[in-house]
Design a protein around this ligand. Structure first.
Ligand SMILES: Nc1ncnc2c1ncn2[C@@H]1O[C@H](COP(=O)(O)OP(=O)(O)OP(=O)(O)O)[C@@H](O)[C@H]1O
Length: 486
């Protein structure tokens, strides 16, 4: 008995063959075509229960056809396969009403699973909701086609039309804020405000009033009523950056908002209803903070509805080429002279480990464009720039430079990162008590860095640190350090 008929369109005969074999084996009737015109004819004639199609076909582009197909048959699930693998392909597929987007190469088991799911959901649901397309020539916000980035694009494409809370985790400079903005700008709240607040950049005792606003006279200095970020973000998205630095009291208030959809201003008595999508980000291990009693577990679960991990740049070095071209074009648009990066210079960048992630790469390209008169950037120039900036862009976990190993003193490493910390406050200053906080909070990043450098080997990490192995094991347990074995 057939599970239904699937229409497959791709101009590549090899893909048609493997896809139709896999679907037949899974119990579907399959019809294949190499062009968009035939696919359209079948769909218009009411044939097929699902479509699996490539984007670019010789006679037409699926994205031009999709709105027509969805208009005629809103319930027909269309699964898009693409070799372009960019953020915009994933987003456009969703915007045009695709059921799912599959970057090539994909797993055939996954494909048959998706087809099966689309048909079951269809039976249960009845009608699809066509999404309005309006996407004329926008800039590409997120760059990189590595498998890791494609995974992110797929999650984003799925999340964009929803209001689910997303928790983004990744080292500093990996693009967390950019991802949060993409979620907003391509989603259904795009006409509402995007409001960002960085918990690490605001004095701790002011965070609640910043978030929720305060009434006149709520505390000394509250001379008038003030609106909070929640109110400013109404009908839009609120991006809570460095959520791991949120004080406990503010966490409790935030939890209440997530549970009840309402909050009270500081000093206020009437609950205010709120309609805000929350996207939070952290470069810390929140589970570790939970076990140290610094983060509420119930809040963690409320925020972590959709977890999104952005891998550090050193785990997706194949993105360097795309990123370099992107940043060269960006600095050129800003009026700086375009440079050519020679192949061995690019190769050197592919061998570096980028403790400051994409931000460090962007800063490097900026420096190269601004500081060097010559048109061509050589490997020597890149090597000397990377050496001189070592650590300056960075600070994430596992921040060990690949070049000039051991050249940096601990004092320099700490100084560079403390300068970054101060700089994150802009004109303001960190809250008082910094000396003791720094000393108290050093242990976790230190152990984390040692474990990262030794790829989770506790015996070697204990040697590097000069700690007894049992002591290290106990500390790992107490601090809740997640050991990733490499
Ligand atoms: N995939 C990407 N494509 C293009 N630009 C990127 C990408 N990822 C990051 N960037 C750029 O790198 C810089 C740092 O990104 P962003 O500020 O989003 O990082 P972050 O993870 O939020 O950092 P932090 O934790 O330090 O706040 C930005 O200028 C951003 O535009």
């Amino acid at each position: 008995m057939s599970n239904g008929t699937v229409l497959v369109a791709d101009d590549d005969a090899a893909i048609r063959t493997v896809v139709s074999q896999a679907l037949s084996r899974a119990g579907y009737d399959v019809r294949v075509t190499s062009n968009a015109a035939t696919l359209w004819r079948w769909v218009a004639a009411g044939e097929g229960d699902a479509v699996v199609s490539d984007v670019v076909m010789p006679d037409d582009n699926l994205f031009d056809l999709l709105p027509r197909m969805k208009k005629l048959r809103p319930d027909l699930p269309v699964i898009v396969m693409s070799a372009q693998n960019t953020f915009m392909t994933a987003i456009r597929a969703t915007e045009k009403g695709a059921y799912e987007y599959l970057p090539k190469p994909f797993d055939l088991v996954e494909l048959t699973g998706i087809v099966g799911r689309s048909l079951t959901e269809l039976k249960r649901k009845g009608s699809g909701d066509g999404v309005s397309p309006d996407d004329a020539g926008e800039a590409m916000p997120l760059v990189g086609r590595s498998p890791a980035m494609q995974d992110i694009y797929r999650v984003l494409a799925r999340m964009i039309q929803s209001d689910l809370t997303v928790l983004i985790n990744g080292e500093s400079g990996t693009g967390k804020e950019l991802v949060a903005r993409a979620l907003h700008e391509y989603g259904k709240r795009k006409n509402g405000p995007f409001v960002a607040i960085n918990m690490a950049a605001i004095p701790r005792d002011l965070i609640e009033s910043e978030l929720f606003g305060h009434e006149k006279g709520a505390f000394t200095g509250a001379t008038s009523r003030s609106t909070g970020r929640f109110e400013q973000a109404e009908n839009g998205t609120l991006f809570l950056d460095e959520i791991g630095d949120m004080p406990m009291d503010a966490q409790t208030r935030l939890l209440r908002v997530l549970q009840q959809g309402e909050y009270m201003t500081v000093g206020g008595r009437t609950p205010i209803r709120t309609n805000v999508r929350i996207v939070a980000a952290t470069n810390k291990d929140l589970r570790a903070l939970i076990s140290q009693g610094l983060f509420r577990e119930d809040l963690y679960y409320r925020l972590n509805v959709v977890p999104l991990r952005i891998p550090p740049l050193r785990e997706r070095l194949e993105d360097i080429g795309d990123l370099v071209s992107h940043f060269l074009a960006k600095v050129h648009d800003e009026g700086l002279e375009a440079k050519r990066i020679l192949p061995d210079a690019l190769e050197l960048m592919r061998r570096y480990d980028w403790p400051g992630n994409v931000r460090e790469l962007e800063n490097l390209i900026r420096r190269l464009a601004a500081l060097y008169p010559q048109d061509e950037i050589t490997a020597e120039i890149v090597a000397s720039e990377l050496r001189s900036s070592e650590g300056a862009g960075g600070g994430g976990e596992g921040a060990q430079g690949a070049i000039a190993a051991g050249d940096m003193s601990i004092a320099q490493a700490v100084e560079v990162n403390m300068q970054r910390y101060f700089a994150s406050f802009g004109e303001a200053l960190p809250p008082p008590g910094l000396y003791h906080r720094v000393l108290a909070e050093m242990e976790y990043p230190l152990i984390m860095a040692a474990l990262t450098a030794t790829r989770g080997n506790q015996i070697r990490a204990a040697d590097v640190l000069g700690l007894n192995r049992n002591t290290l094991r106990k500390k790992i347990k107490d601090l809740g350090v997640t050991v990733i074995k490499g």
